[in-house]
Design a protein around this ligand. Structure first.
Ligand code: PLP
Length: 402
């Protein structure tokens, strides 16, 4: 059975409200992802509305979600794709061909730059050295040249791994670097400014970041034809302050008369997928009840360990808040491959199915086969509530990467 209860009103499952979960999830082979088209559409409409209202252009950051079989479905809501390098740029060009392709990489390889320029509309450099090395090539090919700046304005607490403004960061050109390395000829190559400093943040942090950008780089921005606000905007999350985002966009377009780009990954596919897993065994060690499932944090939900965070499970409560407490972990050898501690109304037993929320992002494109774990199949929950297979994986997929 698929665990659930009436008291669960978790936002990550709101697109499943009122559906027959047993019918949808009861017979799928586990572990598997289920990508939710209705949720993608819900997010897409919010983003599209924002673009229409403000004139900004919104790109999908593919590193968060690169299930290209759904690009056709989401492309009407977007202006194109953002890539972290050659392969994502090729994927965006191939599967969202009507959209723009913007590429940013921490540094470009000599043996890839020509192809990157060919498939990209914008190429954004992380340093003045890289701009000097490749900027003219991009310009001569008729493509747009960008430079990433570092406004040195940290807005995140507790997640240093996601803070490109931390002291000593390798990301973006600081004001000091700019002043000591920039010359007129190099400057004349630049069409736009890029910054990316947020992660799952609201627009108040964007607003204060913009103040730092205006303060440090305002005289540069006014000579540009575009500015890219990067990703990390939690736009499609309930409670996000859209009005302030609109204000941020109009503030810079009024001031500088340029095009604003946003390149969210998470916001495009927020809550637009689930990971279904089955309970394999329950053991008790002292006062801990360990529940071992057929999915793994290390392999299938890596951000649990990297961020770290505890994902939502449908029907589960905070540890100690209901009758039956469990520490849920994987069958892998890694002692720390623990998903988290949860409480349930009913006792768990082998064969029960657990549904993890918000599993469309930073999952299917980050998976690995550590311990020879199988890659979860990927299914699609269609708008008519039927489930269609999308991708099947096997032993061959494990073997072929080694
Ligand atoms: C990670 C990243 C994004 C997307 O970030 P989300 O948090 O998924 O919105 C966009 N642009 C750049 C340069 C990034 O590194």
């Amino acid at each position: 059975m698929v665990i659930k209860n009436d008291k669960t009103a978790l936002s990550q499952f709101e697109h499943l409200k009122g559906l027959d979960l047993e019918n949808i999830f009861g017979n799928l082979k586990t572990p598997c992802y289920v990508l939710d088209k209705k949720a993608l559409k819900y997010n897409g409409e919010i983003l599209c509305e924002l673009a229409k209202k403000t004139g900004c252009k919104i790109l999908l950051a593919q590193k968060a979600f690169s299930n290209y079989g759904l690009y056709d479905f989401i492309s009407p809501y977007l202006a194109g794709t953002e890539a972290s390098g050659l392969y994502e740029a090729k994927l965006g060009r191939e599967y969202m061909p009507a959209g723009e392709v913007h590429t940013f990489s921490g540094a470009y390889r000599e043996d890839e730059i020509d192809e990157i320029i060919k498939v990209s509309d914008h190429v954004v450099f992380n340093s003045i050295g890289q701009l000097k090395k490749y900027g003219k090539l991009v310009k001569d090919a008729g493509k747009s040249v960008g430079i990433r700046i570092n406004p040195e304005h940290s807005t995140q607490e507790g997640h240093a791994i996601y803070d490109p403004c931390a002291p000593g960061s390798r990301f973006g050109v600081t004001k000091r670097q700019w002043d000591s390395l920039m010359d007129d000829e190099t400057f004349s190559l630049i069409d736009g400014i890029h910054f990316h400093t947020l992660c799952e943040q609201d627009s108040d942090d964007l607003n204060s970041t913009l103040d730092a950008v205006i303060d440090k780089f305002g005289d540069v921005c006014k000579r540009m034809s575009w500015i890219n606000f990067g990703g990390g905007h939690h736009i499609t999350k309930k409670g996000y302050d859209l009005e302030l985002l609109e204000h941020c966009i109009s503030k810079v377009t009024d001031m500088w008369n340029l095009t604003v780009y946003l390149e969210p990954g998470e916001a495009v596919a927020l809550n637009a997928g689930y990971l279904l897993s089955e309970v394999l065994d329950i053991t008790t060690n002292g006062n801990v009840h360990n529940c071992i499932i057929d999915a793994s944090a290390a392999c299938h939900m890596p951000d649990i360990l990297e961020m770290p965070y505890r994902p939502e499970i449908l029907g589960a409560y905070e540890y100690g808040d209901s009758l039956h407490d469990y520490r849920i972990g994987a069958a892998t050898c890694l002692a720390g491959d623990v998903i988290g501690n949860y409480s349930f109304d009913e006792e768990l037993k082998p064969g029960d199915r657990l549904l993890f929320g918000d599993m469309a992002i930073y999952t299917t494109c980050k998976n690995n086969t550590f311990n020879g774990m199988r890659l979860p199949d990927i299914n699609i929950l269609c708008e008519d509530n039927t489930v269609k297979p999308y991708r099947r994986f096997s032993y061959e997929d494990f073997k072929s990467r080694i």
